[in-house]
Design a protein around this ligand. Sequence first.
Ligand code: GTP
Ligand code: MG
Length: 357
Amino acid sequence: MMDLKTYGYTEIEEIPEGLMPGRITEFRRELFTVMTLRGEVSAVLKGAFYYNVETREDFPCVGDFVLLQYNEGGNSLIVKVLPRSSKFSRADYSGHAVGFTKTVLEQVVATNFDYVFILSSLNWDFNVTRIMRYLTQARQSGGQPVVILTKTDLVEDYNLTLTEVTQSIPDVPVHAICSHTGQGLNELGTYLIPGKTVVFLGMSGVGKSSLLNALMKKEVMKVQSIREVDSRGRHTTTHRQLFMLPSGAMVIDTPGMRELGLFDAEEGIRGGFADVEDLFTQCRFTDCRHQTEPGCAVLTALTDGSLVRERWEHYLAQQHENKFVNDKTSYLIDKRARNKTKAIWSKQTRKKGGWKN
Ligand SMILES: Nc1nc2c(ncn2[C@@H]2O[C@H](COP(=O)(O)OP(=O)(O)OP(=O)(O)O)[C@@H](O)[C@H]2O)c(=O)[nH]1
Ligand SMILES: [Mg+2]
């Protein structure tokens, strides 16, 4: 018989007759997978299960310890969620309308973890501001944050970045790893101890599932290459799942989040390229386009090598992409306005009888 203690369960309250404790490892298509003393079982919510439909904050989530009515022949029934020791939630703007007002729902992403691994890739999309934003959320979760810089094999020298991150967040441990070569993975041993749970957070494509696979020593989660042009992830992982590592620790892999993505780009670029934008203030002309203008600080920096050409090109590429997204958004808003005008106009002409279809 399996011992639920290995899944981090501590008996905090007496189990009523006829119920069985378990830990939710997966939730997909309205069906929960729960690890119990009898192994893995499928479960649904008991009809009378109460949760607040407006906030959904007490809706069972991957990582939760629950009480079940075990059902031999079919789905077991979840009757209760046990108190959570930690939880990570985010605002869900997907727009459920409650009454006439659009409320922002709390979406609980994972619960009962000891560590929050904030993953960030060391490739050129790297930016400290984004890490700090994740950190703010992680600090409120009840888990201990750890920053993981991924894909060390893609950069020649990551020591500068490592120093930059360590200096920006001196109270949080930072590790640089490569899931492909295994570099730095043994440093993570301090956290991956039996009975402890780690949740992986980070943007799509940073390598969360790759790290999970490396730690599992087999492919348990699908991994997909990112778009090379801009290193954006493809949102490969679409559900959350808890895995038991060979070390006895557990990992909750999560899908990369959207809202910390594209539309934040402006602030993100500023945060990631402060050194580049600082140069602009030194140009002779305030409207310098940094192309051929005399007294351009960017051109000078490129010539004397203090600004690496690739970095400048990455900056331009990001600005370009960001502008594209912004233009597209305003194009759609304009289009909606135009269509509205067109609708009013055609209505009026039709009334006058001057419009024939
Ligand atoms: N070079 C290199 N590539 C890596 C490394 N880790 C992950 N990748 C690649 O990065 C891409 C994205 O990896 P995933 O593990 O799918 O990323 P993810 O964070 O799980 O993404 P989502 O599931 O969409 O949130 C894949 O092509 C991986 O092979 C690494 O250490 N080095
Ligand atoms: Mg993934």
